[in-house]
Design a protein around this ligand. Sequence first.
Ligand code: GAR
Length: 215
Amino acid sequence: MRSIVILISGRGSNMEAIVRAAAAEQWPARICAVISNRADASGLAFAQAHGIATEVVANRDYASRDQFDAALRERIDAYRPDLVVLAGFMRILTTPFVDHYRGRMLNIHPSLLPSFPGMATHRQALAVGVKLHGATVHFVTPDLDHGPIVAQACVPVLEDDSEEALAARVLEQEHLIYPRAVRWFVQGRLALQGASVRLAAADTVVTDTPSVIAI
Ligand code: GAR
């Protein structure tokens, strides 16, 4: 049985998708805790309602990024997780923190990396006029929104798309690929090997919406 700790900062819909998939698909894994850097993260209520331990490690209580990351690491490690899942965790992480979880920390980013790292990805995509946009699950490295890619899903950018409509279309795909990637990890099928992703018997899925999930 693998242990998972999920970090959130807000709504937590990706966390919710992972919790639901873990139960529905009976993963060999337990979600031990959901930790937020914000006390007002609405996703905490969902976790509590599902019997998952929740904690708040508020970044504003720490004088420096190093101190916050050290405190967060201590709380995460109390659960001895095999995997740390960043699910809308909106913090830049220090190199020692990231190195500590090398090969066992995943992130989802709402763009087809390496395009559009950082914030406001849907606005960036609309501004330059890409025709395809999407989401990426990757192992976390010290570079922000960068790291060996595990899975991507793409969606079309439509004529007259709004940022909100595009975000919703991407989020729907996030909820498919993130649980899938976490499941691969807890099944022992997914690992980081040097700087590359190793995935045993990958499934490439073409969904009925105009999107593709692949590694
Ligand atoms: C998601 O779209 C996720 O990809 C994004 O924040 C949102 C969180 O939503 N993450 C990043 O931008 C990380 N750079 P959620 O709280 O409902 O899962």
